[in-house]
Write a protein that binds this ligand. Sequence first.
Ligand code: NAP
Length: 356
Amino acid sequence: MSGPLTARCHPLGAHRVLEPAGAMPQDAWRIDNTPVAGPNELLCEVDALNIDSASFKQLCDTCGRDPQRIAQRVLEIVSERGKQHNPVTGSGGMFVGRVLAIGDELRAAIDLRAGERIASLVSLTLTPLQIEAIRDVDLRTGRIRVRGKAILFESGLWTRLPGDIDESVALAVLDVAGAPAQVARLASPGATVVVVGADGKSGLLACAQAKARTAPHGRVIGLVPGDSTPGARLLRRERFVDHLVVADARDALEASQRVLAGAPALADLVVNCVNVPGTELASILCARDGGTVYFFSMCTSFTAAALGAEGAGRDVTMIIGNGYVKGHAETALQMLRDYPALHEYFNATFATRTRP
Ligand code: NAP
C-alpha cells in the first residue's frame, strides 16, 4: 500500500496482505501496517498490548524473563510481520488505545468518535500494528505499554472501555472473554464441569460461570498445578469450585485419575484454559462418552486432540476456543460486577497505578 487510501478496502483486511499471496491477514506471514485509515478502516493510537498468555510465556522462556529482551523480540516480530503474531505459538493478544481517525465510510455506520478509548476484540495476529517505542514490559501480567498505531478493519470487533472498571483489568478480562461466554452456553444445570488450568484468568472466569450455570446440583472441579496461588485460594474461598485437584495436566493418566477421584462421574464438560502444550489427553480423559471438551488454550494441538481422543476410544465433541462469542465482552465484564471478590482479585493482580 502506498500513499493515502481512497478506494474502499476489503472489510476483512485482505487488501493489507503482503505475503503470501492469497492469504488472509490472520494466516499471512506479513501484512501492511501503514498507519493510515482507509475509507472503511479505523486508525488507533495504541497504549498497551495484552500479549496472550501462551505467547507471553514463550517469550519469557526464550528471553530469560528479561523485559528488555522481550521488548526487543516484540519489536522484531512487529517490524518483520506488521503485526504481533508470535511465530512459535501462532497467537497474539489485543490492544487498548484511543481512536485517532475513522474512515469516511465507516463514520456514519458506527457509534464511535475520534478520541474515544477502546479495546480491540480481534487478535493482534491479524491487526496491522506499528510500534514506535516500548515503554515497559510487565512480567507479571503480560501487558506491554507501547507508543504505536494500529488499524482495525471494517469487520474488526472493538469495545468501548467501561468507566467503572480499571483499564488494565478490563484489558485482561476482555482478552479471555470468549471462555466464560462459551461456558455459559455449554454448561447446563446439574452438569459436572472440569476446568483445567482453573486459577488463571480464563480459568477463574470459567469456574465462576460454570458454578452459576450448573447450580444447584452440578459439580465444578478445578485442576491446578499448585494450590497455594492467590487464584487457587480465591476459587476455594468463593466456592467457585466444589473440588480443587492439584496435578500437572501434562501427565494425562495421573491428572485424570486425580480428577476422577473427586468427581461423581466423568465430566459432561471439560474446559481447557492452560498456557502450556501437552494437556489435550488429560482433558479428553476427564470427559464422559458424549461429553464436550472445550479447548480455549492456544497451546492446543489439533493432531494431539483428534488422535488422542481416537486412541482412547472417547467419543467426545471437541470445540476449538473461538475467541468470539456474541456478547462475550459484556458477559465477562459483567462478571466482575456480579462477583466482587473476583473483581478484587483482578484489581489486585492487573490494575495499574500509572495510566498510559
Ligand atoms: P493464564 O492466566 O496464564 O492461566 C494459565 C493457567 O494454566 C494457570 O492457571 C496455570 O497455573 C495453568 N497451568 C499451567 N501449566 C499447567 C499444567 N502443567 N497443569 C495444569 N495447569 C497448568 O492464561 P489465560 O490468560 O487464562 O489464557 C489461558 C489460555 O487461553 C492460554 O493458552 C491463552 O493463550 C489462551 N487464550 C485463548 C483465547 C482464545 O480466543 N481461544 C484468547 C486468549 C487467550 P499456574 O498459574 O498456577 O501456573
